[in-house]
Structures are given as structure tokens and as C-alpha cells.
Design a protein around this ligand. Structure first.
Ligand SMILES: Nc1ncnc2c1ncn2[C@@H]1O[C@H](COP(=O)(O)OP(=O)(O)O)[C@@H](O)[C@H]1O
Ligand SMILES: [Mg+2]
Length: 234
């Protein structure tokens, strides 16, 4: 199986604050992996390290087998790893369609285009010429997912994509994530909502205090849900 993303024994910092401690994590082609753990354990810092926004002082980050000695923000998308950031980061003075086009700026060829995104999210077509930040929270999340797909990635990192959204929107997103995964794109789903995790992910990695402390298969059952919840309970 081809490795799309691999972090090996990564130590990462914000200034003097040491956040990731020997973190090891891998995602292979076509996998759907959940990264779970309580608030503050360093899940977003994993994404930030891959993007060069946290400082990596030990270990390695590899994308598609290539080692990024000094990760920089533009590198991941160029190599097929797109990010749906926590909090969405929709650009306020761009329309919905312009926000989507931003995702295509890396110029990777693939199946995704603006019309294809509109098929996936018809509401985005209805609101194509509205400022991105005028959308509801759920619609902005759809826009953030659409923008990531526009980069034609082989892997998408989703950082708490359902945070603060109504259950009906969470259901819609679960369906979309499964569609995207079925079409061959790998997912790394950072989530606090374990009922979404069991619907989407096949494997999980649980973090505590900056490293991965448990991993296994996700069982879509009550017992499976219960096992996962133990890793995120406060
Ligand atoms: N820019 C930053 N500077 C310093 N510390 C930070 C910064 N961002 C996050 N942290 C700290 O790093 C730790 C991990 O944060 P984060 O990766 O956001 O956790 P999670 O995504 O799992 O909730 C927390 O203790 C948080 O306070
Ligand atoms: Mg976070």
C-alpha cells in the first residue's frame, strides 16, 4: 500500500512550548483514519507541523515517500495533501466561487472542478456569488471541503469539520466524506464527535499529551463507539 503521509517520531514546538513528543502517524492510499483526543492534546499541531506552522525540531514528515526537511505551507497541497482547517478560514472578501477557485491554485490535475463541487454541494451553486463568510456555518464548512477538493488531493486533512454544527448538517457531511472516500481520496479526520468517526473512519489513532497512545480498527457498533469515547472523555 502506498504511503501518502508519514510522521515519524516528530517533536514540534511553538516557540519554547514543546507540544508534540515523538509523534508517529501514517496514512496510506485510500484509507480513512480518525485522529482523536481531548482538547489541547496537539491534534491541530499535527496539521500545523505538516504545514510548517509549528516548528519541527526532531523526526521526519514524509508526503508520498518524499521527506520534507523543512515543511512549508505550500508544500503539502502541491504534493496532494489538502487541508480543511479548524475554524474553516473562508476568505471574507471573496465570493463562494472565488473561495473554491483558491483551492485550484496549486494546479493539480484531477476529477474536481467548480461544476463537480456544485454537484456535490448544490447549495454552493445557489450562493456562488455571495461573499463566503455570509454563508451559514454548515455552508461555510461545505465550502471549506469544496475548496480542499479543488486541489485534487490524494489525502484531505479535516480538522474538526463538524465543530458547532447541527446534527442534520453533520449527517450531510458524513455522507459527503464517505462519497469522497469511496471515490479514492484518503481522509485524516480529526474529530470529537465519535458517532461521526464510526460512520466514516476505518482506523483510529488516539492522542494524549502530544503523542499517539493507542490505535486500532474502528468498529461501527455500540461497543466500538464506547471504546473511542474513552479517549476523548474529560
Ligand atoms: N500558537 C500557539 N502558541 C503556543 N501554544 C499553542 C499555540 N497553539 C496551540 N498551543 C498549545 O498547544 C497545545 C496543543 O494545541 P492544539 O494542537 O490546538 O490541540 P488540539 O487541536 O488537540 O485541541 C495546547 O496546549 C495549546 O494551548
Ligand atoms: Mg484543534
Amino acid at each position: 500500500m502506498k504511503s501518502l503521509l508519514q510522521l515519524d517520531k516528530v517533536d514540534a514546538f511553538y516557540g519554547a512550548a514543546h507540544i508534540l513528543h515523538g509523534l508517529t502517524l501514517a496514512v496510506n492510499e485510500g484509507e480513512s483514519v480518525a485522529l482523536i483526543g481531548r482538547n489541547g492534546v496537539g491534534k491541530t499541531t499535527v496539521v500545523n507541523t505538516i504545514l510548517g506552522l509549528a516548528s519541527m525540531r526532531a523526526g521526519t514528515v514524509r508526503i508520498g515517500g518524499e521527506t520534507l526537511a523543512r515543511p512549508r505551507t505550500y508544500m503539502a497541497a502541491q504534493r496532494g495533501v489538502a487541508v480543511v482547517p479548524q475554524g474553516r478560514c473562508i476568505v471574507a472578501n471573496l465570493t463562494v466561487e472565488e473561495n473554491l477557485q483558491l483551492g485550484a491554485a496549486v494546479g493539480r490535475k484531477g476529477p474536481w472542478s467548480v461544476p463537480e463541487i456544485y454537484k456535490l454541494f448544490p447549495i454552493l451553486q445557489e450562493r456562488a456569488h455571495t461573499p463566503g463568510t455570509a454563508l451559514s456555518g454548515g455552508q461555510q464548512q461545505m465550502l471549506a471541503v469544496g475548496r480542499a477538493l479543488m486541489a485534487n488531493p490524494s489525502l484531505i486533512l479535516l480538522d474538526e469539520p463538524t465543530e458547532g454544527l447541527a446534527p442534520v448538517i453533520v449527517d450531510q457531511l458524513a455522507t459527503i466524506f464517505n462519497k469522497v472516500a469511496a471515490q479514492g481520496t484518503a481522509l485524516l479526520l480529526i474529530e470529537q464527535n465519535m458517532s461521526l468517526v464510526v460512520r466514516v473512519a476505518k482506523r483510529y489513532c488516539a492522542m494524549a499529551k502530544g503523542s499517539v497512545v493507542a490505535e486500532g480498527r474502528v468498529e461501527n457498533s455500540r461497543a466500538g463507539l464506547h471504546d473511542l469515547e474513552a479517549h476523548v472523555m474529560v
